[in-house]
Design a protein around this ligand. Structure first.
Ligand SMILES: *[C@@H]1O[C@H](CO)[C@@H](O)[C@H](O)[C@H]1NC(C)=O
Ligand SMILES: *[C@@H]1O[C@H](CO)[C@@H](O)[C@H](O)[C@H]1NC(C)=O
Ligand SMILES: *[C@@H]1O[C@H](CO)[C@@H](O)[C@H](O)[C@H]1NC(C)=O
Ligand SMILES: *[C@@H]1O[C@H](CO)[C@@H](O)[C@H](O)[C@H]1NC(C)=O
Ligand SMILES: *[C@@H]1O[C@H](CO)[C@@H](O)[C@H](O)[C@H]1NC(C)=O
Ligand SMILES: *[C@@H]1O[C@H](CO)[C@@H](O)[C@H](O)[C@H]1NC(C)=O
Ligand SMILES: *[C@@H]1O[C@H](CO)[C@@H](O)[C@H](O)[C@H]1NC(C)=O
Length: 503
């Protein structure tokens, strides 16, 4: 076949191509200016294929026959990673791999030995006895504190990694912040608690990557709640490390299982035990959850605390125990009941609603177990989910959950059973459908493989970070102050008034 470009209508074609080329250049520059910092102009000018997509689509709609084969070929070379490149810092091993090799050192403060959970890229050993409840091969004994290891391993398989940090849209810092903190959190000496955070930040600011955006494109992950890194005073009785209040750290974004009210903290789902390696495993599980017989109206899984009547958890337990429609799973008396995923999932799968009162902190891993089981979560405080998992949950809370706000424990007279019985069957079915639809979004697929059609919790987290950094970059390019709105406290986030619309 002759090259179309040298054919008879070549004059017109050349004209079209010339115009396209000029347009392309103009758009490249334009696009570049909104996307990139001022430093890497030359590199990016010809490396910016997005405008071609726009042109293809515009040309198509105008005169579809004018597109020639060579041009189509150029289009198929479009870089799908544009705007999604991530550079991963190669940290000294004392900030990450050390903890895997010295897993005994991080068991402090958790009641069990962490070492067995480190296998299989951090998702833990496969659950062998699935008791006919869990699907084969996709369930693992996962420890929530290893989220940072799981995330790091998934990042190693991310499609758009780059070794050229000037090309990167965001910089990932694979610091195992929670594992690190767990060694020292109980130390009475605050300088011991803060020392590795300071060490890390000293290391980071020395790197050329820091200078580009003063760290505002940097992010890291913690498998602990944010409050563990937000000690506000230097009283040794005050909890946590100071990591997130150090000046360099303020310029970074932290993803963790529970965010604080500062705007540079974002919540991402707790890891569950379900880590499918194929899309079909997700479909099968979703279908299974759609057809469960749910003989309990509601369920609560948790450990009683001594001050029963003064905590929402205590009230949940009381109301559950006194209702014949409720199944209570006591997590204290026989720990194996709650630690045994097959047992827990069996009950959640047999329940229509799962109570999620705040416990020691606002959030609980159980939120995600209940979603996995197609059990509609019941929230009592906006900080448990609505103010947290903004990238992963629908913005309209009433679509997938029941909200029973309890503003003041002492005067609250609600009856959970009555409220739940008042919800229509249609509404219940619509919510369950939504909950089951959320399953792919809240799971961390096996880091050793990749799902084809679903975006999992990791994918959505990365997307969230890229959008955030892109927003900051836009502010910088427009001459604004990237510090505005970046790390301040948002005191309204966890207040009831902020979420009244879902009552
Ligand atoms: C261009 O493509 C986008 C996304 O593929 C589509 O939404 C839009 O309608 C298209 N525009 C034209 C003019 O075809
Ligand atoms: C242009 O493309 C449209 C949509 O693909 C098609 O319907 C139309 O027939 C095409 N026109 C010509 C002239 O080929
Ligand atoms: C980055 O460099 C390392 C070491 O040279 C290499 O193993 C890795 O494949 C490179 N990654 C990418 C995305 O180019
Ligand atoms: C805290 O630890 C540091 C470093 O190990 C040490 O220099 C300091 O004396 C300790 N402070 C107290 C009050 O024990
Ligand atoms: C944090 O970012 C601001 C710019 O937004 C910069 O002026 C400041 O120096 C940065 N802080 C550190 C410690 O790098
Ligand atoms: C649900 O209950 C019905 C009737 O009791 C039974 O036939 C069916 O097998 C049950 N389904 C499941 C998934 O257990
Ligand atoms: C939220 O969803 C519910 C149920 O689907 C719907 O009735 C309501 O209008 C929605 N609210 C908002 C603010 O979109």
């Amino acid at each position: 076949m002759e090259k179309p470009i040298t054919g008879k209508c070549s004059q017109q074609l050349w004209l079209v191509i010339f115009v396209l080329f000029v347009l392309c250049l103009v758009l490249s520059c334009f696009d570049y200016s909104t996307m990139m910092g001022a430093k890497n102009e030359v590199t990016f000018l010809f490396n910016q294929p997005n405008p071609l997509v726009i042109l293809e689509n515009e040309t198509n709609s105008a005169t579809n026959q004018s597109i020639t084969d060579p041009f189509v070929e150029t289009q198929s070379n479009i870089d799908p990673c544009q705007g999604r490149y991530i550079y991963v810092h190669d940290l000294p091993s004392r900030f990450n791999y050390y903890f895997l090799e010295n897993c005994q050192s991080v068991t402090r403060g958790t009641s069990f030995n962490m070492c067995p959970y480190m296998v299989n890229s951090g998702i833990g050993p496969e659950i062998e006895n699935t008791q006919g409840v869990l699907s084969e091969k996709s369930w693992f004994s996962t420890n929530q504190f290893l989220l940072e290891v799981i995330f790091h391993n998934k990042m190693k398989k991310y499609q758009c990694l780059t070794n050229d940090s000037s090309q990167a849209s965001a910089i990932f810092v694979p610091f195992y912040a929670g594992l690190d903190a767990s060694q020292f959190l109980w130390s009475p000496n605050i300088s011991v608690r803060d020392s590795s955070a300071q060490d890390l930040l000293r290391w980071l600011v020395e790197k050329p990557e820091w200078k580009k955006m003063s760290g505002r494109d940097h992010f890291f992950v913690a498998g602990r709640i944010s409050w563990d890194f937000r000690r506000q005073t230097d009283e040794s009785s005050d909890w946590g490390s100071k990591l997130r209040f150090l000046p360099e750290s303020k310029n970074m974004t932290m993803l963790s299982v529970e965010a604080s009210s500062w705007k540079n903290d974002f919540a991402i789902p707790y890891p569950t035990n379900f880590h499918p390696s194929k899309d079909s495993e997700v479909f099968e599980w979703q279908n299974l959850m759609k057809t469960q017989n749910r003989s309990y109206l509601f369920t609560f899984a948790g450990a009683p605390r001594p001050d029963l009547t003064n905590s929402l958890r205590g009230v949940a337990i009381e109301q559950c125990r006194s209702s014949r429609a409720c199944k209570f799973i006591d997590c204290s008396s026989d720990g194996s009941k709650c630690d045994n995923p097959a047992h827990l999932m069996r009950v959640f799968q047999s329940s229509v609603y799962c109570l999620q009162p705040p416990g020691d902190s606002y959030t609980r891993r159980s939120i995600f177990d209940s979603i996995l089981a197609g059990c509609i979560p019941v929230f009592f405080h906006p900080g448990t989910a609505y103010a947290q998992y903004l990238w992963h949950f629908p913005s309209n809370a009433t679509e997938y959950s029941v909200y029973i706000p309890v503003r003041d424990m002492k005067v609250w007279k609600g009856n959970v059973e009555k409220i739940l019985l008042g919800i229509s069957k249609e509404k219940e079915m619509a919510m369950r459908e939504e909950v089951i639809g959320l399953i792919p979004r809240i799971i961390y697929a096996d880091p050793r493989s990749r799902l084809e059609t679903f975006e999992d919790a990791f994918d959505l987290a990365v997307k969230g970070v890229l959008e955030r950094v892109e927003g900051v970059r836009r502010v910088i390019n427009e001459g604004g102050d990237p510090g505005v709105g970046f790390a301040e406290a948002d005191d309204y986030k966890y207040t009831f008034t902020e979420w009244e619309r879902f009552e």
